[in-house]
Ligand binder design. Structure first.
Ligand SMILES: *Cc1c(COP(=O)(O)O)cnc(C)c1O
Length: 423
């Protein structure tokens, strides 16, 4: 931003170096097996289950988490309602938060579902339990699937979702895109053994960085085998489709990158944990996400600025950018605000989401950062506040950022409020 050199980028993806894996690459070339759940992929799936998922079920790799979410939603719905698709001609909702990345809503749309957006908890920034209960009471059978997001890699209470599903019969798919490596209260890998699919991303920008890739874990091994078949054209019999299918396979080279990342992972998680703690120490007057579980696989460092700067997030980002420091507004705009979804979704009251989305600021966090880099970011942030306070900010917000600040009305909101209101 501002044409200056970026000294501290927001993200700095560091997947394992393929150039350092020459002998493993040669082995793949010699084997002539490049994909189709080959031996490298099998080794990765096994090692991942052992190292990060407590051997509590099964997993299957996918080409990315978005396709994984699409398949997982369809698989759990299909399972519940037998073989007919769509299960009814009524409107079918996917209940999910709007304070997230667009992937889950896009995945729902691709399988003919309508996103039903709920608000988030003001402290942990994941779907509000109260909002979910109310929407389920209201829309009941029209909700085909519940898709909570484990926000920014934080854990969500999976026991509550198991009970909710037991009580209502509605299946669940967890968007755990950023959670690979997070640990729950008992120190188990987040999602380990959960009865419904938990979908992780291995995109270059996630903490478990490869290039493109994802993995679905589930305590139910039969469901994983169903997803494996779905991901290979639905071929339950040789070259013969027995279920809906597409091609979601991860290549052997993708699996090699993932194996490489797994090997170095523990040391990286610990280092990034230390960096996140340093941010917390240095910014005590900021609001941080309430953490659940023992460890969070932080992708970046989301914070809320002190109250007097809450409305000036975009100015802060522009000023940091002019100082060569990358920062970002995740998630802004939130999903329900995005033009495509305004007319293709239903929203409940989203006031917490709107507030978060308006103020949230994501600061840099990457593998090679040091505590000293974190200190430099925090010093620069303090300097920006100083300028803002004195009204002497050198760098005015860029016009496109300023346009962001003007909160857009959410088209779907009124429709929803009418629907949600008990008649
Ligand atoms: C990154 C991300 C995804 C998508 O993951 P891909 O592997 O890039 O498809 C989905 N949901 C959330 C919340 C994400 O952050």
């Amino acid at each position: 931003m501002g044409g200056r050199d970026v000294k501290i980028p927001f993200l700095r993806p560091s997947p394992p170096r393929l150039s350092g894996l020459a002998s493993e690459l040669q082995a793949i070339e010699q084997s002539r097996i490049f994909t189709n759940y080959g031996p490298t992929n099998a080794r990765f799936e096994r090692a991942l289950e052992e190292q990060l998922l407590n051997d509590a079920g099964g997993c299957v790799t996918v080409c990315n988490a978005t396709i994984g979410l699409m398949m997982a939603m369809r698989a759990v719905i299909e399972r519940r309602s037998g073989t007919r698709w769509p299960p009814s001609h009524r409107r079918r909702y996917a209940l999910m938060p709007s304070f997230t990345f667009a992937a889950a809503a896009q995945a729902a749309d691709w399988i003919g579902l309508t996103p039903l957006f709920c608000d988030v908890d003001p402290d942990d920034w994941s779907s509000s339990a109260e909002a979910e209960e109310r929407l389920i009471a209201c829309h009941g059978d029209d909700i085909a699937v519940i898709v909570p997001y484990a926000t920014f890699g934080n854990c969500v209470d999976l026991e509550r979702y198991a009970q909710l599903s037991e009580r209502t019969g509605i299946p669940v798919v967890i968007d755990a895109a950023a959670s690979l490596g997070s640990l729950d209260d008992q120190g188990r890998g987040f999602g380990a053994g959960f009865a419904f699919p938990v979908v992780f991303s291995m995109h270059a920008t996630k903490m478990f960085a490869t290039a493109e890739g994802g993995v679905i874990h589930c305590g139910d091994r039969d469901l994983i085998e169903m997803l494996r078949t779905m991901g290979n054209f639905g071929f339950g019999l040789p070259r013969s489709a027995t279920m809906p299918g597409l091609n979601s396979k991860l290549s052997e080279i993708g699996a090699l990158l993932a194996l490489g990342r797994l090997g170095e992972f523990e040391a990286i998680v610990r280092h990034r944990d230390m960096l996140a703690d340093r941010y917390r120490q240095l910014l005590p007057d900021h609001v941080f996400q309430r953490m659940r579980g023992r460890r969070c696989a932080c992708q970046f460092m989301p914070i809320l600025p002190p109250a007097n700067f809450e409305d000036r997030r975009d100015e802060i980002i522009a000023a940091l950018g002019a100082d060569g420091i990358g920062a970002a507004a995740y998630f802004s705009p939130h999903v329900a605000e995005q033009p495509f979804f305004r007319s293709r979704s239903i929203s409940d009251d989203l006031s917490v989401t709107a507030h978060l989305s308006h103020s949230i600021l994501a600061l840099p966090l990457w593998d090679e950062m040091t505590a000293r880099t974190v200190e430099a970011v925090c010093e620069a942030l303090r300097a920006v506040y100083g300028h803002l306070r004195r009204g002497a900010l050198r760098h005015l917000p860029l016009p496109d950022l300023a346009a962001h600040v003007a909160a857009q009305p959410i088209g779907a909101m009124s429709v929803c409020m009418a629907e949600v209101r008990p008649s």
